[in-house]
Ligand binder design. Structure first.
Ligand SMILES: Cc1cc2nc3c(=O)[nH]c(=O)nc-3n(C[C@H](O)[C@H](O)[C@H](O)COP(=O)(O)OP(=O)(O)OC[C@H]3O[C@@H](n4cnc5c(N)ncnc54)[C@H](O)[C@@H]3O)c2cc1C
Length: 283
């Protein structure tokens, strides 16, 4: 058995640094277990790079640039703002705050115990900060389509000529706008009757009007039945038989909490509810 900590934070996503700061201020020893980048997705492949691209689409550099040069300018700016995917500074911040960073995938072997690789640690309190996993829909032909996820879209240097975006969630809408503003022909296929299906209908309607003005194609109340081909040459067939022109398929990141996935359960989390004391029960 290696070290024991007052608090163990499983997953080094966005909330980890703030939690460490508060816990250290309260005098508690803290370990953070990270099997991905410190900071999670947001600074490197999600919120920050997408907003950087949207801003660059409006700013166009100084002096202003257009076409392929505008996209190159945006990608350079995006890469700089997302630290080129390097989490060294974020890891250093945890160190400065006095946390112990443990790199690797954490498995809870029993309440109060975690295993990372061959090492075992003890903790008194646990913070689950493991984020979400992309859910890949079962669509015929998708597995071999070389589709983009939001992570790939926000890490790639290439600008697709056309995109079919499966789902009009916030991420689908945002990425649709990003690429349309640099000249890609984007089409969003949404199974419900509106964009942002979890929001009020009026919000989806306002957004749809804005998107149509930007030239983003919108298809509602249809699902993707089949994808044929790969890369930018995918033809997407809808459930009513409509076939869309060749495009790159983009699957915006879905937000299934990691601890709900079977992989997470396989990683050692007990199937039965775990009593974490008076504060919470994790099912
Ligand atoms: C394009 C895009 C734009 C977005 N824009 C916004 C926005 O403007 N505003 C907003 O609020 N949200 C936005 N989001 C959503 C936001 O990115 C996520 O909600 C956020 O990143 C989730 O953070 P998290 O820390 O919970 O999880 P994550 O960022 O997924 O971090 C969890 C970390 O835990 C690690 N981990 C998991 N299991 C283990 C384990 N067993 N052991 C060790 N480590 C583990 C993972 O590897 C990961 O590094 C956007 C998302 C996308 C894709």
């Amino acid at each position: 058995m290696n070290d024991a900590f007052d608090v163990l934070i499983l997953g080094a996503g966005s909330a980890a640094a703030t939690a460490v700061e508060l816990l250290r201020a309260a005098g508690r020893s803290v370990a953070v277990v990270a099997d991905g980048r410190v900071g999670g997705a947001c600074p490197y492949v999600a919120c920050i790079p997408s907003k950087a691209m949207l801003h660059a689409a409006a700013a166009r550099g100084e002096p202003p640039v257009e076409g392929a040069a505008a996209y190159r300018f945006a990608v350079e700016r995006r890469n700089a703002l997302s630290h080129h995917g390097d989490d060294t500074a974020a890891a250093q911040r945890l160190d400065e705050l006095g946390a112990t960073l443990i790199r690797g995938h954490g498995k809870i072997t029993a309440p109060g115990r975690v295993q990372v690789g061959d090492e075992h640690y003890r903790y008194r309190d646990l913070i689950i900060n493991t984020g979400s996993q992309p859910t890949i829909p079962e669509i015929d032909g998708l597995a071999t389509a070389e589709y983009w996820t939001s992570e790939i879209a926000l890490s790639s240097d290439s600008l697709p000529g056309s995109l079919v975006i499966i789902g009009g969630s916030a991420v689908g809408c945002e990425l649709g706008q990003v690429f349309a503003r640099f000249g890609s022909r984007g089409t969003i296929v949404e199974r419900s009757p509106q964009l942002l299906p979890k929001e009020d209908r009026s919000i989806g309607a306002v957004l749809a009007t804005a998107f149509e003005a930007e030239g983003i194609g919108l298809i509602f109340e249809k699902t993707v039945a089949q994808v044929v081909g790969s890369g930018e040459g995918c033809t997407v067939q809808l459930d009513d038989g409509t076939v869309l022109p060749p495009a790159r398929v983009l699957l915006p990141r879905d937000a299934t909490p990691s601890w709900r996935t079977s992989a997470w359960r396989r990683s050692g989390w007990p199937r039965n509810p775990v009593d974490c004391g008076s504060i919470c029960i994790v099912e």
